[in-house]
Design a binder for this molecule. Structure first.
Ligand code: FE2
Length: 341
């Protein structure tokens, strides 16, 4: 059984506080001290050691430690005092190394010619589609109550509002401008081209306002599995090996159009006006990134067996976390509607 499933089955908010809480409180206090601009090197390393100990324990199956390590990693990831940015990035990079150590070996990996590698990647993405997830069936094929749609959209905002920052991070990983430009061209569209009020976060915010959803995300209050989902996206695009980020963005992008179109159709059925629906109308009719152009970049690197292995590891990890995250949202949605989970 993989570690994420172990965690998903074990996690229970009421049982999260056991002896690991003491270590987590310590780690939290040590991190607060380490992120003061005046922190000494030894304060930073002390905090890092505490976080790494929680990470190892969490990835070995301890649910409370897993929740705490995801909280602390998210604290390192979300924007904070600019003076501590290099410290936060370095500490996070050490957590990624620990995560790499715990990454399960791929059971049936073998390097393939590039065209066959793409077939395998596309088949894996198609097999892991969210379309058949019970929450998707409920939302897109059923008659969901408005509170369920609102709940879904609130989490959609948590995931999507700063998508542009993932593109910017991955662009930095490429030295050659012709490679990086795949992402810069997209960033131009994300930023609204010549009209900042048409940036994609601005367009999506109109929908949030329509549904009375706050734009400020309360990060500490998020469920550990949502934190894990957000952390993994940031980890992948910051990873020094670009296979991690390319796999993540390719997986997200190749299903983006279909997923957004289904949400747009749902908004249409609910009679949501054009302006708040525009984000989904746009994204449901065009790819965020041209996936063919992105594949060309992947294909340049794909002859390497190491690249292919890391790409598949990244895909596997993304889908495992994604599945656990969507299962959690579905459970919460049913609980808030008073239906059995
Ligand atoms: Fe977008």
């Amino acid at each position: 059984m993989n570690k994420l499933n172990t965690f998903r089955e074990a996690v229970n908010p009421e049982s999260l506080c056991n002896q690991a809480c003491a270590a987590a409180d310590d780690a939290s206090a040590l991190l607060a001290a380490a992120l003061k601009p005046t922190a000494t090197y030894s304060q930073v390393t002390l905090a890092l050691e505490a976080i790494l100990a929680l990470t190892a324990k969490g990835l070995a199956g301890d649910a409370a430690a897993y929740a705490q390590y995801q909280s602390l990693l998210l604290e390192l990831h979300i924007p904070g005092d600019a003076r501590t940015e290099p410290t936060r990035r370095w500490m996070a990079s050490q957590v990624y190394r620990m995560e790499d150590e715990f990454a399960p070996a791929l059971s049936d990996f073998s390097a393939l010619p590039v065209d066959q590698f793409r077939e395998k990647v596309d088949a894996e993405i198609a097999a892991r589609t969210r379309v058949k997830h019970p929450m998707s069936v409920h939302l897109f094929q059923g008659s969901p109550p408005l509170e369920d749609v609102r709940f879904f959209l609130q989490h959609h905002w948590n995931r999507s509002y700063n998508f542009y920052s993932l593109l910017a991070e991955l662009a930095f990983r490429f030295e050659a401008i012709e490679d990086a430009s795949v992402f810069y061209r997209n960033l131009y569209g994300e930023a609204g081209a010549e009209a900042p009020d048409r940036s994609h976060p601005a367009l999506l915010s109109h929908l949030m306002t329509y549904f009375d959803i706050p734009l400020q995300v309360d990060f500490p209050a998020l469920h550990p599995l949502e934190k894990a989902y957000l952390n993994n996206r940031i980890r992948c695009v910051r990873h020094t090996d670009v296979a991690w980020g390319l796999a993540l963005l390719y997986a997200v992008e190749s299903v983006s159009c279909v997923n957004h179109r289904r949400i747009y159709e749902l908004l249409q059925r609910l009679g949501v006006p054009e302006e708040p629906s525009e984000f989904h109308r746009l994204h449901g009719t065009q790819d965020e990134i041209d996936t063919e152009e992105m594949w060309e970049l992947i294909a340049k690197l794909a002859p390497s067996a190491t690249f292919q292995r890391q790409f598949m590891q990244s895909l596997t990890r993304h889908f495992e976390i994604n599945r656990a995250y969507f299962d959690m949202l579905w459970q919460q949605m049913q609980e808030q509607s008073g239906q059995p989970a």
